[in-house]
Write a protein of this length. Structure first.
Length: 211
């Protein structure tokens, strides 16, 4: 019998498995073992590995977007709250047992899963599509903000640069520099910090355009 609880368990197991071992580890056998259910139980919901991979990527993208939207809704300061929500998903500690939203993915899981997807996308760009759909929606929403849209996009690009450094082995989350960069990005996302907005404005004025 198909139940949301079972598919949720399968997806969560797949995400944890990929975060530790990479996309190649996401086989039906491995996910069944990780989830603590039979191989037949996984195959009842996902008859093939391709369906399991596709379903997990879509689930992860939707869950990440849900985390962003919850953080945005809870932020009382509208200015730059979209990028603050993003930084919270990437740098905040794991939720505590008594958290109001205990089912959120930890920052470590978000980082490791995304890096695993990026690595796999070198050979199969289709892995990125669910994340790109979320990214396009977020980009368009940011750019619709005439005051801080470009500022938030620039901070987002800095985050992507940090991910690239981690991807190629130039930095690790446990290093002091990683946390310093996270703190600096949070400072840029502060609604009272005018420096990034002024820099973005000068950039467009120099190029003869407008945000």
């Amino acid at each position: 019998m198909t139940t949301p609880a079972t598919t949720e368990r399968i997806f969560q197991a797949a995400i944890q498995l990929v975060s530790r071992e990479g996309m190649l580890a996401m086989t039906i056998d491995n996910v069944a073992k990780e989830a603590g259910i039979s191989k037949g139980g996984v195959m009842y919901h996902f008859p093939s590995k391709d369906q399991l991979v596709s379903g997990t990527l879509k689930y992860y993208a939707e869950r990440l977007e849900g985390m962003l939207l919850r953080r945005i809704a809870e932020d009382p300061e509208p200015r730059r709250r979209w990028v603050r929500a993003m930084l919270g998903c990437l740098f905040d500690p794991p939720p505590s047992a008594d958290s109001a939203i205990p089912d959120e993915l930890s920052a470590e899981t978000v980082q490791k899963f995304m890096l695993a997807v990026f690595a796999a996308a070198i050979n199969n760009r289709g892995f990125l599509e669910p994340l790109l759909e979320v990214g396009r929606r977020l980009r368009d929403r940011l750019l619709s903000d005439p005051e801080d849209g470009l500022t938030q996009v620039l901070i987002w690009l800095a985050v992507d640069g940090l991910f690239f450094w981690e991807f190629v082995g130039m930095i690790q989350p446990g290093e002091p520099l990683y946390q310093q960069i996270g703190a600096a990005l949070r400072e840029l996302a502060d609604p009272n910090n005018e420096a990034p907005a002024l820099a973005a404005k000068r950039l467009f004025e120099t190029r003869g355009g407008a945000p």
